[in-house]
Ligand binder design. Structure first.
Ligand SMILES: Nc1ncnc2c1ncn2[C@@H]1O[C@H](COP(=O)(O)OP(=O)(O)OP(=O)(O)O)[C@@H](O)[C@H]1O
Ligand SMILES: [Mg+2]
Length: 387
């Protein structure tokens, strides 16, 4: 007889529907972001008449609701009118000018092959697409600082602004970043034609986090599934970590799953404390899906050795993989990993060899190892074998 590996299926006593806690879920209400929603809506309003929306720059720390607020407004806009179309782009995923122009063409129903087509041709295709559509695209460039390397952001924004200035086609641009100073770093021509408004999102206060959590928990959990202090503790913990709502919501989700796994009747403070330990630092969470095998290999070596000079790391890497990248590409990769806040690079003087760079991990080793293993406890974190 087969063992019943799923146990008795009596249904969960904890979750009514855990999807209300998923990071991609857009709630019906966003408490404490009403003013920001109104300001974004106001900037986009001209699009409803087929006119030119105002560009926006949204900045603030992690978990302050920048992404969810932008998506919320795009959803409302599309429900309200067929004259505007929201195009959401995560610049971790699309991080070159060509890739973004491609994605815009695709979103406007004019797909172009991803390879072998020059940027100018993709741009011409985008213009064609814009002339044929009677909708104003609202382009959200989330994590726009990812485009800062190689001046990509400036060039891309210049492309988009040119459309509005010279082609009688309108496009709205909403840029989002953790770094409020990023606009100042753009090319001055771009900066002056962007002429947008900046909205800074402030971290949530403990009381605000409590209310946000109560609202989300109401839909996600059964009544009485949470022990009395759970919401307060999750809110206090998130408040201590820069008022980051994501930490609060994610810890409830993880804790709920732990409670279910134990067939517990209630989600307790003990479950929640265990959940806190499992939350990955945000830079790691953001970058993990987009790391290539070479970057993973370099990180796995650093997990073993903790501190290496740049040359030593390259030597070990070259010995471990069958097709190493060139030293020049390697240096670029190191810079990218540093930009992603996954490693620290320190200029040091090393004996007779003079100046060199010392590389260390910038995030907890355990969390990096888990990411390299693909989030599970089993598996292998040595990613070099795959190259
Ligand atoms: N006012 C709110 N009401 C309900 N949920 C919220 C609110 N603000 C944020 N959240 C939730 O908190 C989590 C983090 O929000 P979001 O992803 O928008 O943060 P962010 O500012 O974009 O952070 P990052 O800079 O790290 O990308 C998401 O699950 C989001 O749904
Ligand atoms: Mg975000």
């Amino acid at each position: 007889m087969c063992a019943n590996i799923f146990g008795d299926f009596a249904g969960s006593e904890i979750f009514k529907d855990e999807r209300f806690l998923y990071p991609e879920y857009i709630p019906e209400k966003l408490p404490f972001r009403e003013a920001q929603i109104a300001e974004i809506a106001h900037a986009l309003k001209p699009a409803l008449r087929g006119a030119k929306p105002q560009n926006l720059f949204i900045c603030g720390k992690s978990g302050t609701g920048k992404t969810v607020t932008a998506k919320y407004v795009l959803r409302e806009l599309e429900e309200h009118t067929s004259k505007a179309k929201g195009i959401y782009i995560n610049c971790f995923e699309y991080n070159t000018r060509n890739a973004i122009l491609n994605k815009l063409c695709l979103s406007l129903g004019r797909p172009v092959p991803r390879r072998g087509i020059a940027t100018d041709e993709v741009y011409a295709e985008l213009l064609n697409a814009l002339k044929r559509t009677n909708m104003v695209p609202i382009v959200v460039l989330d994590e726009v600082d990812q485009l800062a390397g190689n001046n990509t952001a400036s060039l891309l924004l210049y492309d988009l602004l040119r459309i509005t200035e010279f082609q009688q086609a309108y496009i709205g641009i909403i840029m989002i970043s953790n770094l409020c100073e990023i606009v100042a770093m753009l090319d001055s021509r771009v900066r002056s034609s962007l002429a947008g408004t900046t909205i800074e999102f402030q971290p949530y206060a403990p009381e605000q986090l409590k209310q946000i959590l109560r609202e989300r928990a109401k839909y996600a959990f059964f009544e009485n599934a949470l022990e009395a202090d759970v919401i307060n503790l999750a809110a206090a913990y998130a408040a201590k970590h820069n008022g980051d709502a994501r930490i609060a919501i994610e810890s409830l989700l993880i804790a709920g799953r732990l409670a279910e796994r134990e067939n517990a009747k209630k989600l307790t403070v003990a479950h929640l404390r265990k959940a806190f330990e499992q939350i990955k630092p945000r830079p790691l969470q953001k970058a993990a899906p987009y790391l290539d095998e070479h970057e993973k290999c370099l990180l796995s070596i650093l997990c073993e050795k903790e501190k290496l000079f740049s040359g030593q790391l390259y030597k070990i890497y070259s010995e471990r993989v069958s097709e190493p990248i060139t030293e020049r590409s390697y240096r670029k990769k190191l810079n990218r990993l540093a930009e992603l806040k996954l490693i620290n690079i320190k200029d040091v003087t090393e004996g007779i060899r003079g100046r060199t760079r010392e590389i260390t991990l910038a995030q907890p080793k355990k969390a990096i190892e888990e990411i390299l293993r693909g989030n599970s406890t089993g598996g292998d974190s040595n990613s070099c074998k795959k190259i």
